[in-house]
Design a protein around this ligand. Sequence first.
Ligand code: ARG
Length: 461
Amino acid sequence: MSHIRGRFHKDADKLVTEYTASIPFDWRLYPYDIAGSIAHARMLAKQGIIQAEEAEIIISGLASIIQEIEQGKFQFKPELEDIHMHIEARLLDKVGEVGGKLHTARSRNDQVALDLRLLAKEAISNTLVKLKAFQQALINLAEINKGVIMPGYTHLQPAQPVLLAHHLLAHFEMLQRDADRFSDCLKRTDVMPLGSGAIAGVAYNIDREFLARQLGFSQISQNSIDAVSDRDFVVEYEAAASLCMMHLSRLAEEIILWTSAEFDFIELDEAYATSSSIMPQKKNPDVAELVRGKAGRVYGKLIALLVTMKGLPLSYNRDMQEDKEGLFDTIDTLLSTLEVFSGMFETIKVKTVNTEKAVRRGYILATDLADYLVKKGESFRTAYDIVARLVNYAMEKGKSFSELSLTKYKDFCPLFSEDVYSITIESSLAARDIIGGTAPKQVEQAIATAKKIIGDFSLGK
Ligand code: ARG
């Protein structure tokens, strides 16, 4: 078989052949395509649709094709369109006529759906493993720097003191939601479509449950038309990847800020920084910038697929061939991002002198002063106004809160007494002793919980 032309009398135009071919990218489906075909051949034999010996010949032919591909000996040709036709054609070359029995009770429409689901399932597992490794790197950094205090920011203005570990665990939480989303999308990916045929189901007594078991699926599809039309699982992976990249990009943005001379909170290991071709003093956070940059690329693939799918009538349409490059690129981008970021975070050094200096500058304890007055009986709004005036006064005089005299405090509100001086960065942290707060005790507990989540993680569930 060179290529399938059915009732046609002439070859496709050369440009058409190239334009419509998916082999330049869908060769990546080969392990799944062959696994699917082996299971299919076994099932056909078990059901008496082909002879057991025929199945044996087909299976050993397929096994040798996988070796040819892996050893780089396999010849790819655009006129064979896609990976499914390549493997089938090669099988016919190798085993002759009997190879033609493999495609009984199957169509490329359910075949490609199967292959893509197998690939997506593996991608989800790999993503979860890499996500967990990165979450572990965040926990490690939090733990090594357990006592480190920094300003917490809102509007990128110093707001209230927080523990660096608390901040890092915020990112842990975001990634945990990502992990949940990927696990959840696995449920809908884990559905075996073979048996749907081209659209209507196949006219043979096949055993779909057997196929599902052989291929490690926990469910089989319930409607043949839907099964060959459905690419929701690809959209879902790309959507979950987009959210995850958004999270990684926000963290990347902080790394970029924190390595700037203006913040100077952290030092990147030289293995994870780049130099400038012209300015010898520079140490650039290019890795983080590319994480931020690649988020846009991942969103692009999601939007592209949503747009591709939105106008398609049921069932399979060739437009759907456009699902693959975006998915492959998204998987590669996300996995490499997680991997390189894990390495980077394992080697980040926190400049604790600078984080400490930053938190002790300015009027970051203003909320605590207001809370102090509230505890002495003032309403929060009035307390807020008093402290606002106090801040203005202190700024005018160029003084910090601790440099103001008690008499001065009392000028602003008679409720102030000597114990106002016990309001410190440390007391501010310790006061936030509620679940989710930045009190050292709480953060210690949160680190333990995060470790347990990672420790309990297994791909099996
Ligand atoms: N190359 C095709 C794709 O990627 C495989 C399925 C083709 N089916 C068809 N009837 N032309 O979607």
